[in-house]
Design a protein around this ligand. Structure first.
Ligand SMILES: Nc1ncnc2c1ncn2[C@@H]1O[C@H](COP(=O)(O)OP(=O)(O)O)[C@@H](O)[C@H]1O
Ligand SMILES: [Mg+2]
Length: 661
């Protein structure tokens, strides 16, 4: 630090001049200031203090910063002079955080990081919520891209060498945090899980039940509504049916694909479509699994594997950390501990202010690319220890490729990050096709229900109470599996003649297990007729051990149009999906082609449509299409939107159902 002078010598003035030059003062101004400074030691001292401080700030962004400390093995960019900047394996092992607003380079940074990890032979696992990483297959042939439609994973099965008793407790905690359940529900979950483990005698048989069996067990738990436990059962049941009822089979197995082996490969889990609860639960259980697996193996060691989260807020959401009544989220705990086993986390997000404190505090390498919102900038300034407005201002001017890098307690330094050249044109069907052979090599086991279990959930008893003919039962199952088939085709497939089919149908209708619905096509000619399961029909199927999807939105008519719209877009080169989730709400049909995203909502009644449409408007779709079959419904929805928005947003398009027949 500068020590004050009592009188001034020429060298002193030289020093002040040098500092002023370093911060870029004009010659004219330097001359003026030197004159003032020469006249009075006190003024000189003040000026020296001001300029020393300014110069040291400049220095942090300039050649005086000791870049030579940044010479590890994992290259990430260059300094302003074009020298390589790299972090060490140890630093990466202490986790990495990269932030920028959308479109400013997070994914690109990860692409480059992946290249480096591959060079170094470090395997990695990516949780991809946006289908961004499948394109890398062109460059890295060994990548294993696992789309959620092809993943099998049984969260109820503990990692090798971890006892079911211990795993049960961990899982109960993870489950309840991932699904926003509180402690009472957690105890209930654990109690039922242990009961199930006992029924399956898992310690001996090594055959594990799945969330499907857990759900059935919970459902059959006879608790009177007046009991305080009743609500715990209800909550658990509703959460569990989200995992059994969503349109995927991830959890539909007794034993999933071998995670142990996946840890040695380069894996991308594609998780764009499933709803938030499913994604959270999957990601958090896998992470927990890895930690307890490593722990059980006692494999403390240096960096050996990197887990990457692009759009990490999905998992490290501060809102969840700040619910004290729910206790500390288990993933938080793992972030701090998993590094001991050589697991590094690399995390990217566009809203750092919404990330957990744990992830911000537990990342040694931090990269700050251009941010938009003041709140996020403030948050990062705090995390980076920047106090001076000028330094923070620097980050506001950063272009794509410019960033600030901070490692541990060192001062932040500017860094230039490279771009990445890759065509992003790999579609879902292409990638799944490409991976098919690889995926087939993975073994997994079907779900399994021992007698003890069936007895416990009382299958036999229920079966006796319901008495319908064998033909009627066959027809019922067929309707569940093929809801959109024409009656004549259905009978043919079942090998029924008209008479046999007719009487089976009559039986089902009379028992209120199905009802007949007409698809209103709005065009001339006969409308197609469909069979639809009633609630009783669904219960019947469940009772005979059939899998029935929960949460079906709308009935058969709704589904009919969903399929029509899906194939309409499919024929036009879109990837098109039914029940596509945005957060916790689903869109009827979601179609995407390159950058164009279309959300289609089917409005057969005017009720409840507005909320879905509002959700779509928030998400910036290129087109929000509302498909209606009556003018009345259309007008009603129009009125509602205009009432809410003042005018009709231009991305909204109304289409009559007849466009899809
Ligand atoms: N370091 C960089 N230099 C130049 N262009 C970049 C750089 N990083 C990203 N870009 C470009 O910006 C666009 C968006 O980048 P991306 O990584 O997808 O952003 P994010 O993941 O933050 O939304 C891409 O077209 C990419 O090529
Ligand atoms: Mg991105």
């Amino acid at each position: 630090m500068f020590e004050g002078k009592d009188y001034i010598e020429p060298e002193d003035l030289d020093k002040l001049q040098e500092l002023m030059e370093r911060v870029g003062e004009s010659e004219e101004r330097i001359e003026k200031i030197l004159k003032v400074a020469a006249a009075d030691p006190e003024t000189y001292n003040d000026l020296m203090e001001v300029y020393s401080r300014k110069a040291s700030q400049v220095a942090t962004k300039d050649e005086f910063y000791p870049y030579e400390e940044l010479v590890g093995e994992i290259e990430i960019g260059e300094d302003p002079e074009g020298r390589k900047l790299a972090v060490t394996r140890e630093q990466l092992n202490e986790h990495l955080l990269a932030v920028s607003m959308t479109g400013k380079g997070k994914t690109t940074f990860f692409y480059n990081l992946i290249d480096t990890l591959k060079e170094k032979g470090l395997p990695f696992m990516i949780f991809d919520f946006k289908n961004d990483y499948r394109h890398l297959i062109k460059k890295h042939e060994d990548l294993l891209i696992l789309n959620w439609r092809d993943i099998r994973f049984n969260p109820l099965k503990p990692p090798p060498e971890v006892s079911p008793g211990k795993w049960g407790e961990i899982l109960a905690d993870t489950f309840c945090h991932a699904t926003d359940l509180l402690i009472g529900s957690e105890s209930y979950f654990l109690e039922k899980l242990n009961e199930l483990y006992e029924i399956y005698d898992v310690n001996k048989t090594e055959k594990y039940p799945s969330v499907f069996e857990l759900k059935d067990l919970v459902e059959k738990d006879p608790i009177p509504p007046a009991s305080p436990r009743f609500k715990y059962r209800e909550r658990n049941q509703s959460r569990l049916s989200m995992f059994t009822g969503f349109s995927g089979d991830i959890f539909d197995c007794s034993s999933g694909i071998d995670l142990e082996k996946l840890l040695e490969r380069n894996v991308v889990f594609e998780l764009k479509e499933p709803n938030q609860y499913v994604t959270n639960f999957f990601v958090e259980t896998v992470l927990t699994w890895i930690y307890y697996y490593r722990d059980a193996m006692g494999e403390r060691q240096k960096l050996r594997h990197v887990i990457m989260f692009d759009e990490a807020k999905r998992v490290f959401d501060v809102m969840r950390e700040r619910q004290p009544e729910a206790g500390w989220p288990p993933v938080d705990d793992i972030v701090g501990k998993v590094r001991e086993f050589g697991e590094a986390l690399a995390v990217a997000d566009h809203e750092p202010s919404k990330l957990t404190d744990s992830i911000k505090a537990n990342t040694t390498v931090k990269i700050w690319m251009s941010l938009g919102s003041g709140k996020d900038i403030e948050e990062m300034a705090r995390t980076f220890g920047l106090e001076e407005e000028e330094e923070i201002d620097y980050t506001r001017t950063m272009e794509k490729g410019n960033a600030l890098l901070k490692i541990a307690d060192m001062e932040p330094v500017p860094i230039f990050l490279p771009d990445y050249q890759i065509e992003k044109d790999m579609t879902e069907s292409e990638i799944r096709e490409k991976m098919r052979q690889e995926i087939q090599k993975f073994e997994w086991e079907e779900r399994y229900r021992p007698e003890e279990f069936l007895e416990r959930i009382g299958r036999e008893k229920e079966e006796e109470e319901w008495k319908i003919s064998e033909d009627a039962e066959k027809l019922l199952v067929h309707i569940k599996d093929n809801p959109l088939l024409k009656t004549s085709e259905r009978y043919e497939k079942l090998g029924f003649d008209t008479k046999k089919g007719g009487s089976a149908k009559k039986e089902l209708v009379e028992e209120s297990l199905i009802r007949e619905v007409e698809v209103r096509t709005g065009t001339r000619g006969r409308n197609p007729k469909l069979f639809e399961l009633t609630k009783e029909g669904r219960n019947y199927l469940k009772a005979i051990g059939e899998e029935v999807r929960e949460h079906v939105k709308g009935g058969a008519e709704h589904l009919w149009w969903q399929k029509k719209i899906q194939s309409h877009y499919g024929e036009r080169g879109y990837d098109s999906f039914i029940e596509h989730y945005i957060g916790r709400k689903s869109i009827d049909v979601y179609s995407v082609k390159e950058d164009e995203e279309i959300a289609t909502e089917i409005a057969l009644t005017p009720e409840h449509e507005l909320e879905n449409i509002k959700k779509c408007l928030e998400r910036d779709f290129d087109l929000i299409q509302i498909v209606y079959n009556s003018e009345k419904v259309k007008e009603k929805i129009k009125e509602e939107i205009e009432g809410e928005r003042g005018e009709m947003p231009e991305e909204i398009l109304f289409s009559h159902v007849s466009e899809f027949t």
